[in-house]
Design a protein around this ligand. Structure first.
Ligand code: SAM
Length: 278
C-alpha cells in the first residue's frame, strides 16, 4: 500500500532530499502501521521521535499518543512540519541535532516515555548508544534501522555480529525484531535493507556490575582486537600480569578465549573480579 501523503508533501513543497542527513522517507502505509502498533503507542504515552522528515510517521503517532516531541535537524523541514501538523495540539517540534538534544529536559518525570524513529542510517549507532548510556527513563525504543545494525543488536556470542553494541543493548534491554523493510518502501530508495526492532528497557540492568565504566572498557578492549585472546587483548588495562591471571582464575574464564565467546554474564564476572582487585 502506498502512502501518497509523503510523495504529495515532497512535491507540494518542492522538497530537495539531503543525502548527508540520511533522508529516506517512508512511503508504505503497512510499515508505518507496523511501527506504531509494534511500539504499542497508547493515550498514556509520551513519544520522542528522532527525524520526523515530512511528518508521515509523526502523524500516526500523534493520533495515538498523549504527546509527541519530534526532533529534526534539517532547516528546510521545519516550516513543512509546522504547516502539515498544525491541526495537532499534542505536538512539539524541536529543531535540533538529536545528538545534542537534552532528552532529560523533555522526559522530566513523565511516566511512560517511548522513543520511536525511522533513524537516519549515518547516526543510528551513536544515537542508540547515547540514549542507552545516558540511562533515560524510556520504556522502549522502537526504531527502523539498517538490517546489519539490528542483527548486531540482537546477536548471540560466537557469531561475527556479536560485539560492543550487542552487549550495550543486552545490558539495558530485551530485544525483538518486528519486521524487515525493503528499500522499495522509501523515497529515495536506500541501498540497504532495514529492520524494525523494539528494545524494551529492563527494570534494572541485566547483570549486576560493580563499575559500569570498567565493565564497558573491558568489553570494548576485548572486541577492539577480536582475533586476540583475552589475555592479550586486556593488556591495555595496564594491570599487573599476576593480578590479571588471578582474575581469570577466580572468574573461571580461560584467558585463551577470545572476547567474542564471552556472554554478558561472563564479562560481568570478570569485570567484578578485576574491580575487586583494583
Ligand atoms: N521519519 C521520516 C520517515 O519515516 O519518513 C523520515 C526518516 S529519515 C530516514 C531521517 C530523518 O532524520 C530526516 O528527516 C533527517 O533530516 C533527520 N535527521 C538526520 N540527522 C539528524 C540529527 N542528527 N538529528 C535530528 N534529525 C536528524
Amino acid at each position: 500500500m502506498n502512502n501518497f501523503d509523503t510523495k504529495d508533501i515532497v512535491k507540494k513543497y518542492n522538497f530537495k532530499f539531503n543525502k548527508n542527513l540520511g533522508q529516506n522517507f517512508l512511503v508504505d502505509d503497512t510499515v508505518l502501521i507496523d511501527i506504531v502498533e509494534g511500539a504499542e503507542i497508547g493515550p498514556e504515552d509520551y513519544v520522542i521521535e528522532i527525524g520526523p522528515g515530512v511528518g508521515t510517521l509523526t502523524k500516526e503517532l500523534l493520533k495515538r499518543a498523549k504527546h509527541v516531541y519530534s526532533i529534526e535537524l534539517d532547516n528546510n523541514l521545519i516550516p513543512i512540519l509546522e504547516e502539515e501538523l498544525k491541526e495537532f495540539d499534542n505536538f512539539t517540534l524541536i529543531h535540533k541535532d538529536a545528538m545534542k538534544a537534552d532528552l532529560k529536559e523533555i522526559i522530566g518525570d513523565k511516566e511512560s516515555v517511548k522513543l520511536v524513529a525511522n533513524l537516519p542510517y549515518y547516526v543510528t549507532t551513536p544515537i542508540i548508544t547515547k540514549v542507552l548510556n545516558e540511562d533515560y527513563n524510556f520504556k522502549s525504543l522502537t526504531v527502523m534501522i539498517q538490517k546489519e545494525v539490528a542483527e548486531r543488536m540482537n546477536a548471540d556470542p560466537n557469531c561475527k555480529e556479536y560485539g560492543s553494541l550487542t552487549t550495550l543493548v543486552k545490558y539495558y534491554c530485551d530485544t525483538k525484531l518486528l519486521r524487515k523493510v525493503s528499500p522499495n518502501c522509501f523515497i529515495p530508495r536506500p541501498k540497504v535493507e532495514s529492520i524494525v526492532i523494539r528494545l524494551d528497557k529492563l527494570e534494572k540492568p541485566r547483570v549486576d556490575v560493580k563499575d559500569k565504566k570498567l565493565f564497558f572498557r573491558i568489553i570494548r578492549s576485548s572486541f577492539n582486537m577480536r582475533r586476540k585472546t583475552l589475555r592479550n587483548a586486556l593488556k591495555v588495562l595496564g594491570l599487573d600480569k599476576k593480578i590479571m591471571e588471578e582474575c581469570f582464575l577466580e572468574s573461571e574464564i580461560d584467558p585463551q578465549r577470545r572476547g567474542e565467546t564471552l556472554s554478558l554474564e561472563e564479562f560481568c564476572t570478570l569485570s567484578n573480579c578485576i574491580y575487586n582487585r583494583l
